[in-house]
Design a binder for this molecule. Structure first.
Ligand code: CP3
Length: 343
């Protein structure tokens, strides 16, 4: 199917665009009352994600209601641990929780490489329905967590400020760590290829906990596996967003991906210098700017657009939009990007 709006894909490939494309990380769910209405019609997040018609519906909501240039499939990075044998729950106001975790070789022997067509058919079905309903209006982004971030949840069993149990395993049991990271990587490659076959037009890899590793550790346990994923996928453009990995920007230039996501701590000019001119950059407005007045939002957004320069840029926030940000403020951000032209 041809895309009527392919700005995101062209910007990712470094082609000329009439204007900078814009979407928001975590745009589906979280901020929209229309999402909450659908979410309240089922038992919770997991049932919603596992009901393809509803998952497709909330995937498309931000396209209709906010006017973004891309949809991102409604799911979660934690579907991979579940498909490998570690089911999770979403505890209200707390976040994810796993009953079983990986602490030893014995635990590792109980998990398997995911079979996406069997274990994750609900995501693939949601992608197919969303693609059909979008009817080429905008591209659909597929996604997965990076192996290190998935590893963190599989070892910790929940979110953490320090992820010290997961880091402890890297230091104390490097071999076991590599075995688990390998299994996650292989599962993720199969899963992303299945998402692309189902219709995903671009893939984003979220490494939300990249910033808690040292540069050496991130090379050994983080980038190595992201690189394997990038090497295995050449069907569609890939975006790698490694939150907090300012120390790895130069080496990220070597990844076989089209786009690097920046968080708001990363200076735009320094990032461009470190990463070079042959990658598109995505980001990176501080999500908290969206708590300010419309005029302030416009000012900060225009400053960001000017700093990126209008070429090889996909406008976004520097991390996911926060749940208590008003959709009206998000619209000011989106409209400011859409009305701006490089001089
Ligand atoms: O808007 C979208 O992009 C929808 C798809 C999406 C979700 N999670 C839905 C979700 C995406 C891309 C994610 C990614 C994700 N999930 C990441 C990487 C991005 C990041 O924020 O760093 C991480 C680390 C997770 C793990 C996760 N899932 C946490 C820590 C939590 C609890 C806190 C929170 O974000 O609400 C979730 C739950 C979750 N994932 C919800 C949604 C809509 C809220 C669940 C609910 O409705 O109760």
């Amino acid at each position: 199917m041809t895309l009527h709006n392919d700005l995101l894909i062209r910007a990712a490939k470094g082609e000329k665009v009439e204007r900078v494309p814009v979407w928001l990380m975590r745009q589906a769910g979280r901020i929209l009352p229309e999402y909450r209405k659908v979410r309240n019609s089922v038992s919770g997040f997991i049932e919603l994600a596992k009901t393809p018609e509803l998952a497709a519906e909330v995937t498309i909501q931000p396209v209709d209601l906010l006017g973004v240039d891309a949809a991102i499939i409604f799911s979660d990075i934690l579907v991979i641990p579940e498909a490998m044998g570690l089911p999770y729950q979403m505890i209200e106001k707390q976040g994810p929780w796993f009953e079983n975790t990986i602490q030893s070789a014995k635990d590792l022997s109980k998990v398997r490489i995911a079979s996406p067509e069997e274990d994750l058919s609900y995501v693939l079905d949601a992608i197919k329905i969303a693609k059909k309903e979008l009817n080429g209006r905008v591209p659909l982004i597929g996604f997965a967590g990076a192996p290190w971030t998935i590893f963190s949840y599989m070892v910790e069993g929940a979110g953490s400020k320090t992820f010290s149990k997961a880091k402890k395993m890297l230091y104390a049991e490097p071999e076991l760590s590599h075995q688990l990271l390998d299994m996650i990587t292989n599962s993720t490659i199969l899963y992303l290829k299945a998402q692309i076959k189902a219709g995903a037009d671009l893939i984003q890899i979220f490494d939300s906990w990249a910033g808690i590793l040292s540069p050496d550790q991130y090379d050994t346990f983080g980038l190595k596996y992201i690189s394997k994923i990038c090497d295995a996928i050449d069907e569609v453009p890939i975006t790698v967003f490694a939150k907090g990995a300012f120390f790895a920007r130069k080496r990220m230039n070597e990844l076989k991906c089209e786009t690097i996501g920046l968080d708001w701590n990363m200076s735009i000019s320094a990032s461009r210098r470190l990463i070079g001119d042959n990658k598109t950059l995505q980001g990176n407005l501080d999500p908290c700017v969206l708590y300010s007045s419309d005029q302030e939002i416009e000012k900060h957004t225009i400053q960001m657009l000017e700093d990126f320069g209008g070429h090889r840029h996909i406008a976004n926030l520097g991390h996911g939009v926060y749940p208590d940000i008003s959709p009206e403020k998000v619209k000011v951000f989106i409209e400011t990007v859409k009305n701006w032209r490089a001089s």
